[in-house]
Every structure is written in structure tokens, then in C-alpha cells.
Ligand binder design. Structure first.
Ligand code: NAD
Ligand code: DAU
Length: 360
């Protein structure tokens, strides 16, 4: 077994932040397997393109033969599984890919990884880890007064996306209990930061604001999400990989509950300062549109277990993280232009025309 790790989905938003930080931090070699769906962009990895510590492999986690070969060839000490279909609205329009990648893909990956692990010597068997990156959405929704999700909260997923992630979490759990396969699972709240694809609320609003387009708020905008700066999610994953107890689940969050409308107001106010319009405020572009079907009212993560047991805490507050994020988008407009060409326009048409808005 080598010191290298395999990361899946490392060309996406969180995965690319994780891989960039791992390689730039000198933490060892990363073999980065990604299918390069619409959400995967090699541009996210441009800074480490020629770094020998980063090996990019184009492939699908559901492709067992490819995964078996990759494991045999690189002999990793860990797999970190980010690969997934991740957008709730897309899962409502077309759930099939979510079942295929998030459930079948995770199952095939688990099977390949278990076969590889079975053949390791005892010392290496003890050291190997399979870390599955999951979401707070598997716990369902909270009322305004219910306590935040702990690791023992019942699974009550409400969208095809969260149901598919819940199924993958259950498989991961079962592989530990049945085979003693050394898994770790993390369930994180909403991330934001660099390389966030502009189909999700925060980057979409920044992009549309600068383009002079409507800022679409689903329903009344009072739904609550618990926001975490992406680099804090990555540092938490590193900490769980290093010191987490095998078979355990760790919730990751930033204690930053915000209503969507407040988030959008904050973004408009920062943009008003950083890139003022000729007249008026970006807030003038806010438009209320038809709500998301089955829209979860509130997510909130109780992150006390990871803090207590592993000493992890986020470094950013929402205020510092969101300012960095807006500045990153202002400084990386070429990246935004690159990822919003082609397929992106089709999605924007599909999602917003039926909500009564023309955004493309
Ligand atoms: P993303 O959609 O930005 O990236 C997903 C990546 O996976 C893309 O690079 C895509 O090409 C790749 N991929 C998709 N299907 C694949 C397959 N079959 N084989 C190999 N690669 C494949 O997603 P993200 O926001 O970076 O999320 C990463 C992970 O973190 C997901 O598992 C998601 O459920 C989880 N998560 C996300 C958030 C969030 O706020 N974004 C919060 C908690 C957990
Ligand atoms: O909670 C973690 C989850 O966060 C991750 O597991 C998902 O992969 C990730 O996509 C994210 O899911 P959300 O559905 O919370 O994120 P999204 O950015 O799509 O939406 C955030 C909130 O903003 C949600 O309440 C819906 C609302 N929204 C979203 C869009 C795209 C709008 O009001 N308008 C929009 O145009």
C-alpha cells in the first residue's frame, strides 16, 4: 500500500477544493477520478495541472473494471468519495442519473474497494479508510424550533437527490457492519466558496446580479440553510480521515443558519460596495418565483461531535467567507464564462421558464 489517496469527483466544486488543498499542502499524491459531467471542470484544477502529485483519470465510479485496475495500479491508503449528482432541482426534473451514480455508483465503488482491501496484509488493512462524503439533506427538514440534526437523527430524505444520498449512506454503513470494511461517513451542511457551479443559489445570484438578470427566490425566501465555507468542509474531511473512528458518522457544519432571502440581501449589499451599479442596488433585481416542489424548510447541523471528539472547528464565519467568495467570483469571471457556456443555458431554460422567469 502506498501513501497516495484516490479522490472521486475531484473536478467538482468541493472535490476540486479538496484536491487543490491536499496537493498544494504537500500531503501526498492524489489520484483524481472524475466522470466530467456538466459539473466537473478541469479548469478547477488548473493550478495543479502539471504537479506530479496530482494524477487525473477520466472515469466513472460505477465502472468496476476501471476502479479495480486503478486500485491495483496505485495501491491507495484511502478513498475519499465525493462523486455524485448533487443538485436537488435537477433530481426533481430527471432522477435517473442520481440513482445511477449516487446509489449504483457508490455500490460498485464499495465492491471494488472491498475486494482491494481484502487482499491487503493485516497491517495495511488496519490503515486503509473509505471516507464517504454525504449531506445533511438525508435527515429531512426541521421546523423553526426543532434542535439541529445530530448524527443519530432519523433519515427522512425528501427529494430524489437526498433519497439517493441516503441510500448510499446506508450501503456504506452496511459494509462496515457486515464486512468490517473501514468506512467513515461525513454529513455536511450547505457549502459555498470558489468553484461553486452557478446552478446553486450563491454563485447563481452573483452571476445573475453581474449580468443584470433577475435574482430568483423560490417561494417566500424564508427557507433556512446552514452555510459552511468550502475550505472548512475540506479541513473537516482531512481531520476525519486522520483521526475519525472507523464506522462512525460525523456531522460537519458552520453554525450559520440563514434564510435564503437574507443570504441574497447580503450578496447584493457586498456587490453594491465591491462593484456598484450605475444606479440603484442589486437588490432591485430580486424576483420571487414558483417554489421548489417538496422544498425543505430548514436544515441545521449540530457539529458538536466533530468538535468534541476531533477538535475541529470552522475557520471562517459567514461574514468572512461570503466576502471572500464574492471577491473570488469578481476576480474569476473567465472561469464563470467558461462554465456557463453550452449545457448550462439549457438547464437554466428548463428550470426557470417553468417558474415564470427567463434567465438564459
Ligand atoms: P458537484 O456536482 O460540484 O461535483 C460532483 C463531481 O462528481 C463532478 O466533478 C462530476 O463530474 C463528478 N461525478 C458525477 N458523477 C460521477 C461518476 N459517476 N463517476 C465519477 N465522477 C462523477 O458536487 P459538490 O457540490 O462538489 O458535492 C460533492 C459531494 O459532496 C457530493 O457527494 C455531495 O452530495 C456532497 N455534499 C455537497 C454539499 C454542497 O453544499 N455542495 C454539501 C454536503 C455534501
Ligand atoms: O445541505 C447540503 C446540500 O446543499 C447539498 O447536499 C447539495 O448538494 C447542495 O446542492 C445544497 O442543496 P440546496 O438545495 O440547499 O442548495 P441550492 O443552492 O440549490 O439551494 C439553496 C436554497 O436556495 C434552497 O432553499 C433553494 C433556494 N434557491 C435555489 C436556487 C437555485 C432559490 O431560492 N433560488 C434558486 O434559484
Amino acid at each position: 500500500m502506498n501513501n497516495c489517496i484516490i479522490v472521486t469527483g475531484g473536478a467538482g466544486f468541493i472535490g476540486s477544493n479538496f484536491v487543490n488543498a491536499w496537493v498544494k499542502g504537500g500531503l501526498g499524491q492524489v489520484v483524481n477520478l472524475d466522470k466530467l459531467t456538466y459539473a466537473g471542470n478541469l479548469a478547477n484544477l488548473a493550478a495543479i495541472e502539471h504537479n506530479p502529485q496530482h494524477i487525473f483519470v477520466h472515469g466513472d465510479i460505477a465502472d468496476s473494471a476501471k476502479m479495480d485496475d486503478l486500485l491495483k495500479q496505485h495501491q491507495p491508503c484511502a478513498i475519499v468519495n465525493f462523486a455524485a449528482e448533487s443538485h436537488v432541482d435537477r433530481s426533481i426534473h430527471a432522477p435517473g442519473e442520481f440513482i445511477q451514480t449516487n446509489i449504483v455508483g457508490t455500490f460498485n465503488l464499495l465492491e471494488s474497494a472491498r475486494a482491494y482491501w481484502n487482499d491487503l496484509g493485516d497491517e495495511y488493512k488496519d490503515k486503509f479508510r473509505f471516507l464517504h462524503v454525504s449531506t445533511d439533506e438525508v435527515y429531512g427538514t426541521l421546523t423553526a424550533t426543532e434542535p439541529a440534526f445530530t448524527e443519530t437523527h432519523a433519515y427522512q430524505p425528501n427529494s430524489p437527490y437526498s433519497a439517493s444520498k441516503a441510500a448510499s449512506d446506508h450501503l456504506v454503513r452496511a459494509y462496515y457492519h457486515t464486512y468490517k470494511f473501514p468506512v467513515l461517513t461525513t454529513n455536511c451542511s450547505n457549502n459555498y466558496g470558489p468553484y461553486h457551479f452557478p446552478e446553486k443559489l450563491i454563485p447563481l445570484v452573483i452571476h445573475n446580479a453581474l449580468a443584470g438578470k433577475p435574482l430568483p427566490i423560490y417561494g417566500n425566501g424564508q427557507q433556512i440553510r446552514d452555510w459552511l465555507y468550502v475550505e472548512d468542509h475540506c479541513s473537516a474531511i482531512r481531520r476525519v480521515l486522520e483521526a475519525g473512528t472507523v464506522g462512525e458518522v460525523y456531522n460537519i457544519g458552520g453554525w450559520n443558519e440563514k434564510a435564503n432571502l437574507d443570504v441574497v440581501h447580503t450578496l447584493c449589499d457586498i456587490l453594491d460596495k465591491e462593484k456598484p451599479k450605475q444606479s440603484g442596488s442589486y437588490r432591485d433585481q430580486i424576483t420571487f418565483v414558483t417554489d421548489r416542489p417538496g422544498h425543505d424548510a430548514r436544515y441545521a447541523i449540530d457539529a458538536s461531535k466533530i468538535e468534541r471528539e476531533l477538535g475541529w472547528k470552522p475557520a471562517e464565519t459567514f461574514e468572512t467567507g461570503i466576502l471572500k467568495t464574492v471577491k473570488w467570483y469578481l476576480a474569476h469571471q473567465a472561469w464563470v464564462q467558461n462554465v456557463t457556456s453550452g449545457e448550462y443555458k439549457n438547464w437554466v431554460n428548463t428550470n426557470y421558464q417553468e417558474r415564470g422567469e427567463e434567465l438564459a
